[in-house]
Design a protein around this ligand. Sequence first.
Ligand code: HEM
Length: 149
Amino acid sequence: MIALISAVIFCFLTSALAQQGCSSEGQFTDSAGSYVFSWSLQSNGMYVDCNVSVNTADNRWVAVGFSENRAMPDTDVIIGANDGTDEFVEDRWNSQNRAAGPSLDPMQNIMNTSSMRDGNRLTISFTRPLVSPDTSGRDENLDVCRNVL
Ligand code: HEM
């Protein structure tokens, strides 16, 4: 059982996204490369391939969030982990309650999921629709600019 201990949270300014013109592909990283989030819109214009790669310990998870603002509540989350025995990549939602953490979406709207651990490097990949069929309010559509958390 992978312990959900702590998050590696990436907060990027809306302006950073704007500078990239809400690009159909790109990446965020830091100078040390300790994390990389990259995305690429498929040529059909309907699906986005995403990759999150982070330096983190075995028993920790990583997540990326898509949000209308820079705060934790009301954020569409994809979270994953892999300790060599158990692994998951899941579509979740951060509610108004920060302490509760992200809860599992009843409708999973990610595909082509994978997780890979190489030493202290954890990489999760997934494909998600640009416009989600989940109309419950637990997914953010990416056909407009979003903050990446
Ligand atoms: C078990 C999972 C999580 C727990 C228990 C948790 C809990 C918290 C708490 C208590 C704070 C407030 C910290 C403070 O006031 O000093 C916070 C802040 C924050 N969290 Fe989370 N978090 C979780 C997962 C996530 C995830 C998956 C994301 C996004 C991908 C996220 C994004 C943020 C951001 C951006 C903040 C700073 C801004 C704000 O307070 O809204 N968190 N978190």
